[in-house]
Ligand binder design. Structure first.
Ligand code: HEM
Length: 425
């Protein structure tokens, strides 16, 4: 994005981004995929345990056992990785939620997921050359792209979770963190799937310049150039831009925004920067309402944000989302899930769901026809007969007979008389 300043990626000088490369190179105990090919990624099995988590030792052991079984089955000692392990994915999600609660890092996690996926080029077929959600953003060469300024801090926060759950790929962890952040900030549930395979080395990172610029000469055209390349449409561009309801822009990172405002000077998290919304840790439709009103100097509107209310096609959606939060949530959830899958190589190909409720069988709708004999209407002759019988006793098929108590009593007495005479005989 329009980072005017190719600033240093690290806020903490003692931290070296190259540390993120180390595990794949130095601590690699890998398995070979059955369908071993040039696509098979290397995954490492480091297992440092620095976080307290709800995932039990038994569950972790089961996951490690599964990996060693895979290794034995393939008869090889190199390479994993059938992508992520569902048990570990669930544990990682719980740990991410805890992390969000204590660090207020929702916005930067969303940006992390978006910047890993947003390099996708639909015109390139080969993986990983096509870019996308493949974990390449963990490598220093990509973290140093101007658009990614500051994202090293997100990696630093989730690295302990990655270490604890070696059976979760970086690509999955980035998307898991992003979707969890949206949900935890009050946003919609994102229909996610997992199983993304990681790229194995920095040489597989995309070239710089794939992400959008915040202040290009023709913002609307630029947004279309970039997002259409990813296979996304106008509605998805507008919905996804709504993620700016979270977070802040910092001049020392991107070159955009004020150093601080009344909404950011006290944090939470590291103070400073300029937010798009007043409650920048709450996911709602205030981004659209605030841009539309443009009344608060302390709130940020990038040229690409303003374009959403200027371009006639974008405007239809922006106006709708400003009015209708439910519509925004629905479209956002769909667009976010689509973004998170861009360019990804899934193993298994259909992906892994970690939502138990998603697995519950949907009850079949009741279809009356299934229980009918197939006979739709009475035949004409049957109708005639019924009509005649009704008329014989003074009624008609359309008007039910009125109750005649006297007649009923007479019928009962007659019945009893017949019965008595029969018994007498
Ligand atoms: C439409 C084109 C986009 C442009 C030009 C753009 C530009 C920017 C810029 C300049 C920043 C400030 C970065 C900083 O200084 O730290 C930013 C932050 C952010 N962006 Fe975007 N962005 C775009 C789309 C998106 C999308 C599609 C998402 C997610 C789906 C997203 C999520 C975020 C979030 C959550 C932040 C706040 C990060 C934080 O507070 O640390 N952006 N964006």
């Amino acid at each position: 994005m329009a980072e005017r300043i190719a600033s240093s990626n690290s806020l903490n000088s003692s931290f070296s981004p190259s540390a993120y490369r180390a595990p794949a190179v130095t601590r690699s105990t890998s398995l070979l995929l059955p369908r071993s090919s040039s696509l098979s990624p290397k995954c490492h099995l480091s297992a440092s345990r620095s976080f307290v988590s709800p995932l039990s030792d038994r569950a972790l052991n089961r996951a490690s056992l599964k990996m060693s079984q895979q290794r034995r089955a393939t008869g090889s000692t190199t390479v994993m990785c059938a992508a992520s392990d569902p048990v570990q994915l669930k544990g990682a999600k719980e740990d991410i939620k805890e992390l969000l609660k204590t660090t207020f890092s929702h916005p930067i996690m969303v940006r992390l997921g978006w910047h890993d996926a947003g390099t996708y080029d639909k015109n390139i077929e080969e993986w990983p050359q096509r870019g996308g959600a493949n974990g390449s953003l963990r490598f220093e060469v990509e973290l140093k792209h101007a658009a990614n300024a500051g994202l090293v801090n997100a990696l630093k926060l989730i690295q302990p979770i990655k270490d604890k759950y070696p059976g979760v790929t970086h690509a999955d962890l980035f998307q898991l963190a992003s979707a969890a952040a949206i949900e935890e900030a009050g946003g919609p549930k994102i229909p996610m799937k997992y199983g993304r395979v990681d790229v194995s080395g920095p040489e597989q990172c995309p070239p710089e310049g794939k992400l959008p610029d915040a202040g290009p000469p023709s913002p609307a055209q630029h947004l279309r150039d970039v997002f259409y390349r990813m296979g996304l449409n106008d509605k998805e561009i507008v919905a996804l831009s709504g993620a700016h309801t979270l977070g802040r822009s910092r001049p020392e990172r991107s070159g955009w925004g004020k150093p601080e405002t009344k909404y950011t000077k006290d944090g939470p998290g590291a103070p400073g920067g300029q937010s798009w919304t007043v409650q920048w840790l709450k996911f709602d439709n205030s981004y659209f309402r605030d841009i539309k009103e443009k009344i608060d100097e302390d709130l940020l509107v990038l040229p690409t944000d303003a374009a959403l209310f200027e371009d006639p096609s974008f405007k239809v959606y922006a106006e709708k989302y400003a009015e209708d939060q439910e519509a925004f949530f629905k479209d956002y959830a769909e667009a976010h899930a689509k973004l998170s899958n861009l360019g990804a190589l899934f193993d298994p190909p259909e992906g892994i769901s970690i939502d138990d409720e998603a697995k519950a069988p949907t009850p079949e709708p009741f279809v009356a026809a299934q229980y009918s004999s197939g006979e739709k209407e009475l035949s004409n002759s049957m109708k005639q007969r019924l009509k005649a019988e009704y008329e014989a006793i003074g009624g008609s098929p359309d008007t039910p007979l009125k109750s005649n108590y006297f007649l009923n009593i007479m019928l009962v007495i007659a019945g009893l008389a017949i019965l008595t005479s029969l018994l007498g005989n």
